[in-house]
Design a protein around this ligand. Sequence first.
Ligand code: NFS
Length: 669
Amino acid sequence: MAREAAPKVQTIDPAAIEMIKRAEELGYSTVFSRAAKMPACPIGAEGACCQICNMGPCRLVPTKSNPDPVGVCGATRATVAARNMARHIAAGTAAHSDHGRDLIFTLQAVAEGASQGYELRDLAKLNTVAGYFGVKTDGKKPEQIAGEIAALAIGDMARQKGTLTYTKRAPKKRQEIWAQLGILPRGVDREVVDTLHRTHMGDDQDADHLMLGSLRTALADGWGGSMMATDLSDILFGTPSPLVTKVNLGVLKSDEVNIVIHGHEPTLSEMIVRVVNEPELIELAKSKGAKGVALCGVCCTANETLMRQGVPSAGNDLNQELAIITGAVEAMVVDVQCIMQSLSDLSTKFHTKLITTSPKVMISGATHMEFDEHHALDIARQIVRVAIENYPNRKQTEIPTHLSDLVPGFSHEYIRYMMGGVLRGSFRPLNDAVMTGRLRGVAGVVGCNNPRVTHDQAHFDIVKEFLKNDVLVVQTGCGALANAKYGLLVGEAAMEYAGPGLREVCEAIGIPPVLHMGSCVDNTRILTVLTEMASEGGLGDDISDIPGVGIAPEWMSEKALAIGAYFAASGVYVLFGVNSPVENSDEVTKIMSEGWEKIVGGKMEFVPDPMEIVRRSLAHIDAKRAALKLPAYDPAKFGKSGDWRMRELLKQPLEERVNALYGMPVAAE
Ligand code: NFS
């Protein structure tokens, strides 16, 4: 099915609308205008193009006279679609896991006393992770424990035989399924190499077998590289807990030096957070006419620093160019992943310095200031200085005023804590809420934006529907930033959008109806939550029993496909929006849905219509409830707890509200 080059409505983000208009007036292209000019290649979009050898590239497009074409080598549409998908998943796994590897090296440098600026900030998490790796902690210094963890984590990256350590964190039943299917991942690197080898010309040519191998590679991401990235980031920078911060382009300051951090790894951005308010740098900024230095982020670097330090976010993936178009960004500092090459040319049209920092990522036209954990603080200071020196070059600016509050920071540790405190924290109340039907189920709505569909619209519409239907939503990545912009990630959203049962749960615990769980590597926190729910009792004994779904409504990156595949392999029904990259093969479409459901209990479907995604999700949640013999979902059963009164009260002035609640006037100031 050919798809539109771009939607009629580009975005629902009011700040983005203003900046797209500004770009048009100035005659500059954006991802939105380029998408409209560049229709997606209909052959590649469906997984019908094979480029793996020079006898092609072959286009396996069915015609009337040749309804089932094969490539020059005889490769079928199923083999080609499966090989392409397998390579996407391997690339996504490589990206996430290499991010994890960099954190292992940072942890190792800290253990050896060779890093600058880093410390072991969360010793409780250090001990927990030591437990996962079987590292004894008694009588050892934290640095020694960290060193042993780092060595074992490197071992897991490079493991040739045996099984990745973290797969043991999955429910027992799940591990048995993986063992029976022969898809327990070995080392992270080995699985990526395995996929690249078997998709080379003349290797694996059985779509079923290729897709089974993909599940193993994806598991190496979810229960390996990504999960380690999350854990080690928590040890080094702290395990997130809720805080209040802001999102959207309105976070940029008209009278301060603006530095936007962009990419994925928290290693450098955390150091910039540390130095940005040092007195000498503030003095320097003042000497250049600025009031101070303001830091914000886009994409997942934003999510990392937002979750832990409350650094505001200028928005999600499709906001990256728009931040520069404000004319108010002195430096955009990028590391790895999701960085558009257009930033380089765009930044020359303004005064913005685009600074690349990763040894893996250089962009023509950008300034390269290479990051090294051994001199992290020095490099961070140099970068901030470059931004400050650039402030006098700022010309006319136009900063949208739109910004919203959000409450991020819902690590799985915090979710456990919030339901019972330090001594009685558990997942019991969450399971009980699902079992009674107060919550119909749970949904993870994650992933990117894509200019082929209206920016943020599907994220917003799908989540609103879930909330209305008493489905508790967790979000990560650009999806979380999308709905943060529209006010769904604050407590008040429960009053506005939640169904009666979900509202009661939010009121009782004091949480927003949408929980921000972090960056995309932090999707592994969702795996941990699901495992905890499966082990708590009452909702079966495996992830596949839980009434829940995973959605990536506006996906675009290969990492998203890796995430989708590891959730499916873990037993989750996963729905992707936009379009299907395996549409050219009914066989592969079926393998990933019915086929995977039979063998791993989870599946992956591509459904362009957001409301159809909701319909299928709710049907799945209800079917899982029925399988568990839980009461059928009944929205009329809950919501009479009395807290609803608060809504009416909130409309009254503070004094009357306190009077109504406590029968006493507010004390005069
Ligand atoms: Ni995830 Fe994060 Fe955003 Fe998509 Fe890119 S920033 S790792 S890939 S675009 S959600």
